[in-house]
Design a protein around this ligand. Structure first.
Ligand SMILES: Nc1ncnc2c1ncn2[C@@H]1O[C@H](COP(=O)(O)OP(=O)(O)OP(=O)(O)O)[C@@H](O)[C@H]1O
Length: 794
């Protein structure tokens, strides 16, 4: 009964409240219209004030006299109101009042959520005061512009601070308005100018045929196709509906009735979805409009790419000298040797490369290819030359190829390949100019597509030069914000040069002094840290709902990903390991496992491995490594077996050394002359980069806590982290035992999250470390968790 009574008592009061506090929709419309009408009246009054104020001023005192007439468009009302606002008030700035009234009226009229209105009024009034004081200051001779308030305030301020003081106050208030209202930042300003500059530039260059990003053109085409298709559809519909002579079929009419009903709910749903998407897109578009696209290079905005002059031409004038005599001689020898074995030749053609010349032979009909292949050694003997390689048949052509080394090999300079059009215009993520093919074309491949590279060759055959060529290519094409290197150099001499670009291009573990890793335990830590980085990056990709780093970075640049959610621009990471054999010998599985894991998974998230080894034996290049490194380079090796180990084919044993190499990325094998870059040249490049402004420190990799350093420790309950309980709840709710989850949900650093995970393990809430997989959660729900923790304290 009592309950009932209280209920019946409370009901009328609430209904009364509702009635009295909330203006009805009709009232809002009425009030909104009033404000809009008022704003129009004010606008016209103000406008005509400037033409009629002098005549009208005399009759302001005769307001009550019905016979007196004012010249203002809104007669006495207009004259009085505008005198009050324009003359006595804020002058020209008063025009903001009708604007503010109109906006408020519209909000009420349309029933919009009026949350932003207060802000608009505050900023509007601030702007009005600022403009009137500024006009009072700059146009003191025309007091009508600033109004009495502007004039007086200006006068007042000048009495205390002088002209300069008022000027500085005006500047300061303007800055406050720009920063708070328009989110003005120096970067945004710079970006604005940058984008304008680019726009003008592109307007100028539009007429020239510029290479356009392949993706862009595709998108453009798609969108234009879409547009055209839409037009067509529109046309169709129009012709259908306007065809009066075709009466609508009954069945069609029936369908028409059914379809919209079915579709109605679907349409409602999709509209809502797109609205949400549109909202975030609109936000991103606004951000991009205000600040320009996110530019990862801005922090080192003045970074200058190394100029071409730092590289030597190495005596080569660019072209290859053709020795006609040598060509003839070789041709004759090949023809006669084959003749000796009764192999007739229908045609022979020579392609001259920098180190070898390819003689393409079309044998007479009926000759078995294997017969020519078996004569490899005999042909080599008769030509008295090392490094002859027979390709029978040349894939894709009906010919047999015989590669014969030139007597005078031409050095392919790094300078010539970097300067080549192919490299300069390469639209690749990580373009690498390896050198030149047998037909003297520059060979450029995308490391991001390889996606990892295995490099092998006997000592002194050009491996180090090859590695330098890869690194140099990237240094010439990529900004420090876009790519980071990790160098592992057990020999301690090959890669030390790159120390100078530590703060530009290198990545390292947080606790290490040297960025170039020479010590095996450090290598293990770094590899595991890279695995963590990989997991973190995958997590970021997942939350951003993209498939790879390219899409992710594009989305981030378009400001569609919020840095407050942990999103950041992801640079590519290139791990270079020189002398891999040494590592495998000392660390074995500990190195092999993370490398295999990275090789298997890291392609999508921009981590690429380049591994070089002198000893291409099966216990170094193991099956698991080989399976994950489809792109391989072989310099000259000493035996056929080694060649098979690297390339799964022979041939590398027949190379001539000094940068002569075979490249394969799956099936095809390409013979290349590696570009030559000498140590002094590399020295000059790193010096040039190193002398420029750098980041405060090298790019930091996530910290890796060795497996031995924690998991087995029995944590004391009193030593537990303050966030232990929250972390346990997060883990149990999500049923996913990962440190990165704790990191994200509780906004903790990696180290702290790692420690909490260890404590959770010690408390029996999560299972032990399981490599790449998340740990098992041993508590099924929050209730059991509470009981578990309570039992612990008993
Ligand atoms: N592409 C090239 N063009 C011309 N000469 C080359 C080229 N590559 C290497 N050489 C010559 O071969 C020498 C040895 O090359 P490099 O130091 O790269 O060998 P390596 O395989 O790294 O040897 P190691 O394994 O002992 O370090 C170079 O000093 C250079 O004279």
């Amino acid at each position: 009964m009592a309950k009932k009574r209280t209920k019946s008592k409370s009901q009328p009061t609430t209904s009364k409240k509702k009635f009295s506090l909330k203006p009805s929709k009709q009232n809002k419309i009425i009030f909104g219209s009033l404000l809009i009408v008022l704003s129009i009246a004010l606008f016209f009054s103000f406008m005509s004030f400037y033409f009629t104020w002098q005549e009208d001023q005399s009759m302001l005192s005769e307001f009550a006299d019905r016979n007196a007439q004012a010249k203002n468009l809104l007669n006495k009302f207009g004259a009085a109101v505008s005198h009050f606002f324009m003359y006595k008030g804020f002058g020209l700035a008063s025009f903001a009042f009708p604007l503010l009234l109109a906006v408020t009226g519209l909000y009420l009229f349309l029933g919009l959520d009026g949350k932003g209105l207060v802000g608009k009024w505050v900023w509007g009034l601030t702007g009005i005061i600022w403009v009137s004081v500024a006009l009072g200051f700059f146009a003191a001779d025309l007091p009508l512009l600033g109004g009495s308030i502007g004039y007086e305030m200006n006068d007042f301020l000048q009495d205390y601070t002088g002209k300069i003081g008022v000027f500085l106050i005006l500047i300061f208030v303007l800055m406050v308005i720009l920063v708070r209202l328009f989110n003005f930042t120096p970067e945004g300003f710079a970006n604005f100018f940058k984008s304008q500059k680019q726009k003008i530039k592109s307007d100028f260059t539009d007429t020239n045929e510029q290479p356009i990003d392949a993706d862009d053109t595709e998108e453009d085409e798609e969108s234009s196709i879409e547009l055209r298709m839409d037009d067509k559809v529109q046309e169709k519909i129009d012709t259908y509906t306007h065809k009066k002579d075709i009466p609508p079929l009954k069945s069609e009419a029936g369908l028409d009735v059914n379809l919209p009903e079915d579709d109605a709910s679907d349409i409602d749903l999709t509209v809502e979805e797109t609205k949400e998407e549109e909202e975030s897109d609109v936000k991103a578009a606004k951000l991009v409009k205000d600040f320009g696209e996110f530019d990862p290079k801005l922090e080192l905005g003045n970074y200058k790419f190394p100029p071409l002059d730092l590289l030597d031409a190495h005596g080569a004038s660019g072209g290859i000298t053709i020795n006609q005599e040598e060509l003839e001689e070789n041709k004759n020898r090949i023809v006669s040797t084959l003749k000796n074995y009764k192999i007739g030749i229908a045609q022979i053609k020579a392609t001259i490369g920098p180190t070898v010349t390819l003689y393409e032979i079309v044998p007479d009909a009926g000759i078995r290819i294997s017969k020519i292949k078996n004569l490899e050694d005999d042909i080599a003997l008769s030509l008295a030359a090392l490094g002859i390689r027979i390709i029978a048949p040349i894939p894709g052509k009906g010919t047999v190829g015989i590669e014969v080394p030139n007597k005078n090999a031409t050095v392919v300079s790094m300078r010539s390949v970097i300067a080549s059009n192919k490299f300069q215009k390469a639209e690749m993520e990580l373009p690498v100019a390896f050198g030149k093919t047998i037909s003297n074309e520059t060979f450029v491949v995308d490391l991001a597509k390889m996606p990892h590279l295995l490099m092998a060759g006997a000592t002194g055959q050009g491996k180090s030069v090859g590695l330098n060529a890869v690194i140099t290519s990237l240094l010439y094409k990529k900004h420090p914000a876009e790519v980071k290197f990790i160098f592992v150099d057990p020999k301690k001499v090959e890669l030390t040069l790159y120390n100078k670009i530590e703060r530009h291009f290198l990545a390292k573990l947080p606790d290490s002094d040297e960025a170039i890793i020479t010590d095996t335990t450090k290598v293990i830590h770094t590899l595991n840290s890279l695995c963590i980085e990989m997991d973190n990056r995958y997590e970021l990709l997942k939350t951003a709902m993209v498939r790879n780093i390219k899409e992710y970075n594009a989305k981030f640049k378009a400001r569609k990903l919020n840095p407050n959610d942990g999103h950041k621009f992801l640079p590519y990471i290139v791990l270079v390991i020189d002398e891999f054999a040494d590592l495998i010998m000392t660390a074995g599985k500990e190195v092999e496992t993370p490398i295999a894991r990275l090789a298997q998974l890291a392609r999508a998230i921009g981590i690429h491995l380049i591994i070089a080894t002198q000893r291409p034996s099966v216990n170094v290049i193991t099956g698991i490594i080989k399976a994950n490194f489809p792109a391989r380079i072989a310099f000259r090796v000493t035996s056929k077996i080694d060649s098979r180990t690297i390339l799964d084919a022979q041939g590398a044993d027949q190379l001539i050394g000094r940068g002569d190499m075979l490249y394969t990325q799956g099936n095809d094998m390409t013979r290349l002359q590696c570009a030559f870059v000498d140590t002094p040249e590399v020295g000059k490049i790193v010096e040039y980069i190193g002398s420029q402004r750098a980041y405060p420190e090298a790019h930091m990799l996530p910290e890796y806590i060795g497996e031995d350093s924690g998991t087995s420790i029995d944590y004391d309950i009193s030593e537990r982290d303050a966030m232990f309980r929250e972390a346990a709840e997060v883990i149990v709710t999500a049923q996913q035992g990962s440190a990165s989850l704790i990191q994200r949900k509780l906004k903790l650093g990696y180290n702290r999250a790692g420690r909490i995970i260890d404590q959770l393990e010690a408390a029996g809430i999560v299972g032990p470390f399981e490599g790449s997989k998340a740990r098992q959660v041993l508590i099924p729900d929050i209730y059991s968790l509470e009981q578990h923790l309570e039992n612990e304290t008993k």
